[in-house]
Design a protein around this ligand. Structure first.
Ligand code: MN
Length: 253
């Protein structure tokens, strides 16, 4: 199997995982950058992630247009194109509407890491409001100008909330962006519950900068701990037979 075959297989698995973990439903999507052509990326045709198969994946150019494929793409593919354009270090992007993240897009209180597994959010999550620059829209990211404005909000970070809509997350690999996107709503839920529990006088205690840095430093992409989560999520999503073995995923020397 080539590196591209492996990546596209992982992208199918990631679609199923994000659906099974309630990060996406009929809507929401995940993409991966082309390993041999950094100006291209892969994303499913317009289909619910739970149902995505290998032949549903479409190759896109840097402007978010399908490369010789006439099937209907996702309307919001520009989120992916613009983040890949702005961030050469990013290899995979998720856009989703996970409900637990939504309150933090419509109030001043920022979403921030409050649990160890939420550390990869990286810090206070910025909120992108499409209305600020584009006025009254249907809130969907329908072109590159809107995508680029969102990518600017993501900046050098890993994630941005989208006011009244959802979030966009980015990472160095499919596994990392899946993990980030699974723990983002969980972290939001814990933070929300802590805020409710604390009432007016209570303030949740977030992870410190040093703790967030220590977590990031301890993360090993090819470790047994990383594989353990991938294997678990894939099995729960019914595609444990698709993922191969841990040693196949070790970085090629
Ligand atoms: Mn959306």
């Amino acid at each position: 199997m080539s590196q591209l075959d492996d990546l596209l297989r992982d992208l199918v698995v990631a679609n199923r995982i994000l659906s099974n973990e309630d990060v996406v439903d009929a809507y929401g999507h995940i993409s991966v950058r082309h390993p041999d052509n950094p100006k291209r990326f892969f994303l499913s045709r317009s289909r619910a992630p739970e149902l995505v198969e290998r032949h549903d994946l479409i190759e896109f150019d840097q402007e978010g247009e399908p490369v010789s494929d006439k099937r209907q793409p996702y309307l919001e593919r520009f989120i992916h194109a613009a983040i890949f354009e702005a961030r050469p270090d990013v290899m995979a992007v998720v856009h989703a509407h996970a409900e637990d993240t939504l309150p933090f897009g419509i109030i001043a209180k920022p979403l921030e890491p409050v649990i160890h597994s939420g550390s990869f959010i990286g810090g206070k999550v910025p909120v992108w409001d499409i209305r600020r620059k584009f006025g009254e829209t249907d809130l969907l990211v329908r072109n590159m100008a809107q995508g680029r404005d969102l990518a600017k909000c993501v900046g050098k970070g890993n994630v941005a909330l989208m006011r009244g809509h959802g979030f966009a997350s980015a990472a160095r690999s499919i596994i990392e962006v899946v993990r980030l996107s699974i723990y983002l709503p969980r972290n939001a839920r814990v933070q929300m519950n802590a805020m409710l529990l604390g009432g007016k006088g209570g303030k949740p205690k977030p992870l410190s900068k040093g703790e967030i840095a220590a977590r990031a430093a301890g993360y090993k992409p090819a470790s047994t701990e990383t594989w353990r989560a991938w294997e678990y999520w894939a099995n729960r999503a019914g595609c444990g037979d698709m993922i191969g073995h841990q040693h196949d995923h070790a970085p090629k020397k």
